[in-house]
Design a protein around this ligand. Structure first.
Ligand code: MOS
Length: 693
């Protein structure tokens, strides 16, 4: 692979190309696509967690002025495939979780649809349900595949023997809560069936990937993919929950099928998003470390218990980061999955790595405490030479650089290691650190086309920009690959009429689509040289990734925490992250990603906690009034920095993904800083005041 070396546009702090349209309100989102004759859809949700619907009385709903139809399992069309039970909307009477869709109303306004939905009377035959994740219920565990390409368990050496022989050990259990992604723009779809011929379905859908959504929906409806178009130029956030279509997309298409030629709009309410749009499963992580007195780790084990839904398996890959972070001759990771009567979990920013670096990065702090060793020194001492497990060389690994740069910027060298001894007024003061990591993922397929239209190099690829910066960064990559000014490059994204693009997931977007754009530019230059004629066009696709190297981005998170001596309230005046994530395409959009991730990590540390009542299977705090997220009052300064990193092995741009790494390790750094402030170890997130008093 040739590396793009002399760059003009890459690395420039260019403003977002979609910024003005978003701020001025002219950017159209899925729900608000202007279309004539649009009607509205509102789901009816089950109020039991398990059982079956025995009665659906739609009389009152149908009698309401403005109601066009009520969809039920009795009236909705049969889907071609019901293999994915999350997506099998209204195909039978079974209820697998509270909040599942059992009927839906189509009306000429959203208000009437919602009112009518409340008038649908539902009778149930209730079955006993189980929603609580517990480490002692191994009767509930099912075999699983761990999301989806990794072994459930790994083992090297003999952890138990090494733990028994170790001079210093830590064996603690940590938990992370159930979380909901909560993008600002709700999950929304406008669906329209062309009434002619065999039918053609257009979906304006808020999604992280128009092509993957098309593939899934075409398969559910038994359509050729060329009979489905998915359009999504703008997304108001996703954080993974729009990475795969959820049931509302199928429901909107089903409803539109009943009214050919009429666009049907569905935007989930914030409350509905707590059961229909995915969530991050809670985890229980038993973390064990054994070391000699010099701090060399001899045993490392992470045993994870987590939850999925009974209707569809999704396994959070929580044990993954512990497999590759630190050296140890004896190591093991295990995952056990309890399939319970809960909504279907899914991707949420850094699935796996985010919860999976909480326990492991707090247990490192606990080991440092027992060794009387600086926690940064402990991490540096256990740097692996090659990737543990695979034995592959790292394409680049600058964790130590991040820790040292962060220590210097943060002022770590002054730190007194003793907990609970610094006080400023009514506040105890502490500092903490944790590592971050995220793999460099590249998806298998993406294609870009570049065409000269007049003065403009039009770059087309069905990519997504969920706020991450794609509108701005792809032109920078295209400009440098073509050797033209970035002002002469226009991109078109977010439409299946454009060349095929992979999902914006796993922080793989820029790596994957950027690689396709570079290939298209190279083909363009090879064919036309430096004087292309108007209309000149070339296409390129991503090649196979190089498998010789282990490829990861790294980071170090530093936190200053204050704990109020009377109330136990926590404030975080400083969050400072240093990342090594390859070449930064655009410092402005990159900084937003890092800071956004760190802020979401702070939110996880201090507030976020979806409270699922085991009696009803209901997430009781299902709105932003009660599902607390972090706010300005929690923090003073959030800083993100990065190292200059040249990695020629990752892709032609030398870039690594940055959408997710910012959230990884943040909560551990907060917990470690809180311990340093007040001497209390909080092993169960969130770090709320009741745990500190
Ligand atoms: Mo990200 S949670 O892989 O969209």
């Amino acid at each position: 692979m040739t590396f793009l070396s002399d760059t003009e546009a890459i690395g420039r702090d260019l403003p977002r190309r979609d910024g003005a349209a978003k701020v001025l309100g002219s950017a159209t989102y899925a729900f608000e696509t202007p279309l004539d004759g649009a009607v509205h859809l509102h789901p009816v949700q089950s109020t039991i967690a398990r059982g079956r619907v025995t009665e659906l009385d739609t009389t009152a709903a149908e009698a309401l002025d403005g109601v066009l139809a009520v969809l039920t399992p009795g009236t909705a069309e049969r889907l071609a495939s019901t293999d994915d039970r999350e997506l099998a909307a209204l195909q039978d009477e079974e209820v697998g979780f509270r909040g599942q869709i059992v009927a839906a109303v189509i009306a000429d306004s959203s208000e009437v649809a919602r009112h009518a939905a409340a008038l649908v009377r539902v009778g149930y035959e209730q079955a006993a349900h189980e929603t609580e994740l517990r480490a002692d219920r191994d009767d509930l565990y099912t075999p699983e595949s761990v999301n989806p390409d990794f072994p459930s368990d790994t083992a090297e050496g003999d952890v138990d023997a090494a733990m028994a022989a170790a001079e210093v050990t830590v064996d603690e259990t940590y938990t992370t809560a159930m979380y909901h992604n909560n993008p600002m723009e709700p999950h929304a779809t406008t669906a329209l069936w062309d009434p002619d011929g065999d039918g053609f379905l257009t979906l304006w859908d808020s999604t992280q990937g128009v092509h993957p959504t098309r593939t899934t929906i075409a398969s559910v409806f038994g359509l050729d993919e060329d009979r489905v178009r998915v359009v999504c130029p703008y997304v108001g956030g996703g954080f993974g929950s729009k990475g795969q279509p959820h049931v509302h997309v199928v429901l909107a298409a089903l409803a539109a099928r009943a009214l050919p030629g009429r666009p049907v709009r569905l935007a989930l309410t914030r409350q509905q998003m707590f059961s229909l749009a995915g969530h991050r499963t809670p985890t229980i992580q038993r973390c064990r470390l054994g070391a000699d007195k010099a701090g060399t780790i001899t045993a490392l084990a992470v045993d994870v218990v987590e939850r999925t839904s009974r209707i569809k398996e999704f396994a959070e890959q929580t044990g993954l980061p512990a497999r590759t972070m630190y050296a140890s001759p004896n190591r093991r990771t295990t995952h056990r999955l309890a399939a319970l009567d809960v909504p279907v979990p899914s991707w949420m920013r850094a699935p796996g790595e985010c919860p999976g670096m909480f326990g492991p990065e707090v247990v490192m702090d606990e080991l440092a405490e027992r060794l009387g060793m600086d926690p940064i020194e402990l991490r540096i001492r256990n740097e692996p030479d090659v990737e543990p497990g695979s034995g592959k060389p790292f394409s680049s690994r600058n964790l130590v650089g991040c820790l040292r740069e962060g220590a210097s910027r943060f002022g770590w060298s002054e730190r007194d290691p003793r907990p609970g001894v610094r006080r400023r007024g009514d506040w105890l003061v502490g500092t903490g650190v944790a590592s971050s990591t995220y793999p460099v993922n590249r998806m298998a397929q993406s294609t870009a086309t570049i065409r000269l239209e007049g003065d403009c190099y039009v770059t087309e690829i069905g990519a997504a920009d969920l706020g991450t910066g794609t509108w701005t960064t792809l032109p920078q990559i295209a400009a440098d690959a073509l050797g033209v000014p970035v002002s002469r490059v226009e991109v078109r994204i977010g439409d299946t009429d454009l060349p095929m693009a992979s999902v914006a997931g796993g922080s793989s977007g820029t790596t994957t689509w950027g690689s396709a754009v570079v290939e298209a530019a190279r083909a363009f230059r090879a064919r036309y040289g430096t004087e292309p004629p108007d209309g000149a066009e070339a296409t390129g696709s991503v090649g196979d990734p190089d498998q010789k190297y282990a490829k990861h981005a790294y980071g170090a998170q530093f936190v200053e925490a204050h704990v109020n001596v009377d109330t136990g309230e926590v404030r975080v005046p400083r969050l400072l992250g240093v990342f090594a994530a390859g070449r930064i395409i655009n410092p402005r959009t990159a900084r937003s990603q890092f800071i956004g991730g760190m802020t979401m990590g702070l939110s996880m540390a201090l507030h976020e906690d979806s409270v699922l009542d085991p009696r009803t299977g209901h997430v009781v705090n299902h709105d932003l009034a009660e599902y607390h997220i972090t706010a300005n009052a929690d923090v003073d300064v959030v800083e993100a920095h990065w190292l200059t990193e040249h990695d020629p092995h990752v892709n032609a741009m030398g870039s690594k993904g940055i959408g997710e790494i910012g959230i990884v390790g943040t909560a551990a750094a907060v917990s470690n800083a809180v311990w340093h402030a007040c001497g209390v170890r909080v092993r169960d997130l969130p770090v709320t005041l009741d745990k500190l008093l």
